[in-house]
Design a protein around this ligand. Structure first.
Ligand code: ADP
Ligand code: MG
Length: 705
């Protein structure tokens, strides 16, 4: 029978020693609302007090020390504010000073020279001498008088506000201790199937809570932590696996009967190049998925320039050929226009009607697009977030493609097909390569396809780091490339906080470049976020058509923009960009057969982190390697897309650090979801109950439905 975890759901104010004021603080500062939350407030490290430190082996960097020795002397020294009690403790290896500035009387009374004491505290090192001020102190024969003496002392995360209410690490420890005293195994039952616990050699759940908060040794604490990491990763992966199964049980609106004559026609008459093996393979995977009778939910990863657009278009043409509509959603207007232009051109003569919907499509044009989409006259609608608006309805939406997925927040994709009973297929594409561990965590509910090959004939991009002093030489290089018929981007940072300054910087740059590259011989375009979308599109168009040779822009062109004739990417103030941004920007060149260059300009002096980023950029063009370096430099929390994409917050686990545990958890989860999808077996009842009970906490886990 399902058992309710009543005790763990008890509001935190009901714990002895908490009360309303502290309860408010615990909620606000640590998101601790219930007994259960407190139980999961784990130490981030332990101070090992199972051992005594020989005084002779202390070192100046050591934070804390626990020593045992004979008290050799004590005396009150100094005057006024520096009046203090000094005592000396000696073990076989050396001597250490103990100091009291307050409570001198107490200390004097309790210190007897000749007796052996245990002292613990923060270590100071001054003029070659170690000391501890206000140590925790007890006679060696009364070690129990000091809490944690002989034990592993947990150190808990706290905050200044909590400390002011005596809820520092130790205060929190006391509360947790109180809680542990009052719960029993039936309150925190094992939730993992017994055979899994055995197979993975995990500490049992109840024991693990105790060992996490009060381990007998460092390794026991580690074992307990491993158990909770595994549990957390497993539960997450199980949800993903079940979600995946759930989707596969639905009937999609459009099941392909064949890949369709439309696609064949396209391949025979319109395709401007032959597909790479990687592209063919991925298209096959997608078509097979959409023929299977199950809803497709697939992530397509491919580095910048690997040719994802044509893959998406192939998939869409197959669906259109089978009588349904498609939507293509992109993060920026610039990209929406570009796809609209390209796809209209590529499908000219195929009798496919393509529409564009962005925030700047208004009035009659908007009404017409909306009406056509609803009637089914429009086969393919390309747009930005505007596609998610309530007014957008489709007659029969068969496939949704999301381009540059990492740029979207937690988009309510479901809104696209709110009004139809059967879901479309979903293909999400991203050019931000992520290591497998992160992919499993973020997109574990999706099938994955990867394009690992670039179209043939690409020459590696030469990347160089230059300082402001080189600008003249850079301009003359630029001139030589333009005189050969090539085009170039010059990118300026535009970051919100300093928008005005940056805008001026951009405009000054534009003027300098216009002066160096004067009309009528040259023409320069400019594009930034403050322009009206029509003007932006006009300027983009001039550049795309080759009417201008230089595009001065902000990062509005960062993702997706495709002008194969452009061979030079100059990035001003490159030290202000993140690695993945630099990689995306560089991806705007090297898209055709011409040799391409990326020049990163910075001031002479930059921070060491900026220097590492730039040096990685000059060393490699491999997106996967760059993503890994990015992770290493910034940690997963900051990785572009992880925050916004609604990655669940893990309490204990870190998918990157715990990569191998994640793989095991994944395997167990997939296996279990296959073996017992509805969790009917007796061994899975506790797990099932736990999942149902915690549904609310994991609430919004259906991200791509
Ligand atoms: P991304 O994966 O970054 O979205 P695109 O789809 O924009 O890449 O493709 C990059 C460039 O490569 C485009 O100019 C496209 O026309 C070209 N391209 C794509 N596939 C091939 C191919 N198989 N052979 C030659 N060029 C290709
Ligand atoms: Mg693209």
């Amino acid at each position: 029978m399902a058992r309710q975890n009543h005790v763990l759901d008890t509001p935190i104010e009901f714990l002895k020693g908490v009360g309303p004021v502290r309860a408010e603080l615990l909620k606000k500062e640590l998101q601790i609302f219930t007994f259960g939350d407190l139980l999961f407030h784990f130490p981030f490290r332990y101070v090992d007090r199972t051992q005594f430190n020989p005084i002779g082996s202390l070192h100046p960097q050591q934070q804390f020390a626990q020593v045992k020795g004979i008290l050799t002397e004590k005396s009150v020294i100094g005057e006024g504010r520096s009046r203090r009690l000094s005592a000396w403790l000696r073990d076989g290896s050396g001597e250490l000073e103990l100091l009291w500035f307050q409570g001198l009387k107490w200390a004097e009374k309790n210190l007897t020279p000749g007796l052996t004491y245990i002292a613990f505290g923060r270590l100071s090192f001054f003029r070659g001498q170690f000391s501890i001020s206000h140590p925790e102190l007890a006679r060696a024969d009364d070690g129990a008088a000091i809490p944690f003496a002989g034990k592993m002392q947990p150190v808990y995360p706290s905050s200044e506000k909590l400390k002011s209410r005596h809820l520092d690490s130790r205060g929190l420890g006391k509360l947790i201790h109180t809680l542990l005293e009052q719960i029993s195994e039936s309150d925190v039952p094992e939730i993992l199937p017994p055979d899994m616990v055995k197979r993975q050699a995990l500490t049992a759940r109840f024991a693990a809570f105790r060992q996490m908060h009060a381990p007998a040794s460092e390794s026991e604490g580690e074992q307990a932590r491993k158990r909770f990491c595994f549990e957390e990763l497993f539960i997450h992966q199980l949800r993903m696996a079940r979600l995946h199964r759930h989707r596969q049980s639905r009937t999609p609106l459009c099941t392909l009967r064949s890949s369709g004559s439309l696609l064949q026609q396209f391949y025979q008459h319109q395709l401007p190049f032959s597909l790479t093996e990687a592209q063919k393979q991925v298209i096959r995977e997608i078509i097979a998925d959409m023929k299977s009778g199950r809803q497709m939910n697939r992530l397509l990863q491919g580095d910048v320039g690997s040719g994802k657009t044509i893959v998406a278009l192939s998939a869409m043409l197959a669906v259109i050929g089978n009588g349904a509509q498609c939507a293509l959603m992109v993060p920026t207007e610039v990209l929406a226009y570009q796809h609209y232009r390209n796809i209209s051109q590529l499908t000219a003569g195929l009798n496919v009607s393509v529409g564009l919907l962005t925030a700047s499509v208004k009035g009659a044009a908007r009404r017409q697009v909306l009406e056509q989409a609803q009637k089914g006259d429009l086969h393919l609608l390309i747009g930005t977030h505007a596609l998610l608006e309530e007014s957008v309805r489709f007659h029969q939406l068969g496939l949704v493609v999301i381009d540059e997925q990492h740029r979207f927040g937690v988009a309510q994709r479901g809104r696209l097909w709110l009004h139809q009973a059967q879901p479309p297929h979903v293909l999400v594409m991203t050019a931000t390569p992520i290591p497998r561990t992160l992919a499993l965590t973020l997109y574990g509910d999706l099938d994955q396809s990867v394009i690992r090959e670039l179209p043939p004939g690409r020459q590696p991009i030469v990347t160089a780091h230059r300082t402001d002093a080189h600008r003249l030489r850079i301009f003359s290089f630029l001139k030589s490339e333009i005189d050969r018929g090539r085009q170039a981007y010059v990118i300026y940072p535009l970051i919100e906080e300093s928008e005005k300054l940056d805008l001026k910087y951009l405009m000054d740059g534009y003027e300098a470049i216009s002066r160096a590259f004067p009309l009528p011989q040259y023409a320069v375009s400019i594009v930034h976020g403050r322009m009206r979308p029509e003007d932006r599109e006009y300027e983009m168009q001039r550049f795309v058509k080759g009417q201008t040779q230089i595009m001065v822009a902000t990062t509005v062109i960062e993702v997706g923009v495709d002008v194969p004739n452009a061979t030079v990417m100059i990035i001003e103030s490159a030290e202000r960009f993140g690695l993945s941004q630099l990689h995306q920007l560089r991806g705007r060149v090297g898209r055709g057969a011409h040799k391409s260059y990326c020049i990163l300009i910075t001031p002479e002096r930059i921070s060491s982190e900026a220097r590492s980023r730039i040096s990685i950029m000059t060393q490699t063009t491999d997106g996967f390697r760059i993503a890994e370096e990015d992770l290493r430099l910034r940690g997963p929390g900051d990785l572009e897309g992880t925050r916004q994409s609604g990655m669940i917050e893990f309490r204990v686990a870190n998918p990157l650090r715990d990569a191998s545990l994640l793989e095991q958890a994944r395997n167990e989860a997939v296996h279990l979801a296959q073996q017992d999808p509805d969790l009917m077996l007796p061994a899975h009842q506790a797990l099932k109950h736990y999942l149902m009970h915690n549904e609310k906490r994991f609430g919004n886990w259906i991200r791509v439905s």
